[in-house]
Design a binder for this molecule. Structure first.
Ligand SMILES: C[S@@+](CC[C@H](N)C(=O)[O-])C[C@H]1O[C@@H](n2cnc3c(N)ncnc32)[C@H](O)[C@@H]1O
Length: 362
């Protein structure tokens, strides 16, 4: 090899190392920015800045009652990250396109509540332990605090989209609910959907089910606050419904991939539907192959959710199926449904960028 060729190779390798290091540090920077978006949401800073034009730290302090020096550092960070626009002379503005994402809790696109401020050392230790034992953790083991973390977003989606647009798109379902039907919301979580449905269809009865007792307590509390007498909540997994009832509609939203025994759950759902009943599924928009999913620009984040939450839940007992966040794709959903005896499987694309919907019948 000549000296020139060797120099070139060394330079190329140094460039590659620099580029790679830059990428790694971008991720570290994103972690910090995410924490500070979470903080801004918790302190209502985005809300205070929405439609306020350019503000100095003193002006934001006057609006919020918070300390200006700390606000200035936070504003500079957000401007460096392009989350706030820098207007010169230490004035900062929340761009109008950020309002729904960061400041408006009632907007369907509100995202700030998804920034959770990192994980505790205990959660990280638990995850490391899972890598050794193979056993994950249930949603309940995260405690009561996490149950309602996305409730506002779920409520807006339920009231603006699921009730007025999706339910009417399911064959015959809206008419049954108007008349008076029995509905199970399986893996109900914070219950935002079942509360919206129970309000919209007062003649129908709703059974909310979730293995997490914190979820069940939360739904019971929300039902009481809303003076809804047509909801009952049960601590139960999908594999084993708590009452010997048959349902006109069974809903599983964003939970099939979290289950340790999804096939057993689908078989129980099959048994628990009346003959012309409907199983309505929402699950993460994904493709069967990893190669195809690589086109999703948020894919790495999805795998992060899976390791911390979805796959952890789906592996929370020995022999857990472990589908994980991306695991209940259309191919898997259809195969498992047909195996349980379902004959009709319809994919609905309601233009939800993160999820697909399935209408399944006998
Ligand atoms: C991501 S949350 C979704 C909650 C709610 N359906 C929603 O759309 O917001 C997943 C829920 O599935 C529940 N879950 C986990 N394993 C389950 C099982 N075997 N049967 C029923 N629900 C289960 C969890 O407790 C959790 O509340």
């Amino acid at each position: 090899m000549t000296d020139d060729v060797q120099d070139n190779a060394t330079r190329k390798s140094a460039d590659a190392t620099r580029k790679y290091a830059n990428m790694i540090w971008q991720y570290r920077q994103a972690e910090t920015i995410a924490e500070m978006i979470h903080l801004g949401d918790k302190l209502d800073l985005f809300k205070a800045m929405a439609n306020a034009g350019p503000l100095s730290a003193d002006e934001l302090a006057a609006k919020t009652g918070l300390h200006p020096r700390w606000l200035l550092e936070w504003m500079r960070l957000q401007a460096a990250a392009r989350v706030l626009a820098y207007c010169g002379d230490d004035h900062f503005e929340l761009p109008s396109e950020a309002s729904d994402l960061l400041a408006n809790r009632e907007a369907s696109g509100f995202a700030a509540s998804s920034f959770m401020g990192g994980h505790t050392p205990e959660q990280l230790a638990g995850l490391m332990e899972s890598f050794k034992t193979g056993i994950g953790k249930t949603y309940e083991s995260d405690g009561p605090e996490t149950v309602a973390k996305s409730e506002a977003r779920h409520r807006v989606a339920a009231e603006r989209s699921v009730v007025p647009k999706m339910i009417p798109a399911l064959e015959g379902v809206a008419a049954k609910l108007e008349y008076g039907a029995l509905v199970a919301d399986v893996g109900c979580g914070d219950g935002a959907l079942v509360i919206a449905l129970a309000k919209a269809y007062p003649r129908s009865r709703f059974h909310a089910m979730d293995p997490s007792r914190f979820a069940v307590e939360h739904v019971e509390q929300r039902a009481a606050e809303n003076e809804l007498t047509n909801i009952r909540a049960f601590a139960a997994p999908a594999e084993c419904f708590p009452l010997p009832e048959q349902y006109d509609l069974i809903i599983t939203f964003d939970c099939m991939h979290d289950m340790t025994q999804p096939q057993a759950a689908i078989e129980e759902i099959y048994r628990r539907l009346v003959d012309d009943g409907t199983w309505f599924i929402k699950d993460i928009r994904s493709k069967p192959s990893f190669e195809d999913n690589l086109r999703n620009p948020m894919l790495a984040m999805m795998y992060g959710f899976s390791l911390f939450t979805c796959m952890a839940s789906a592996m929370s007992e020995p022999g857990g199926a472990g589908l994980g966040t991306l695991g209940f794709n259309p191919e898997v959903a259809e195969r498992m449904s047909r195996k349980a005896g379902f004959a009709r499987f319809k994919l609905h694309d309601f233009r939800d960028p993160g999820n697909l919907y399935y209408e399944v019948r006998r």
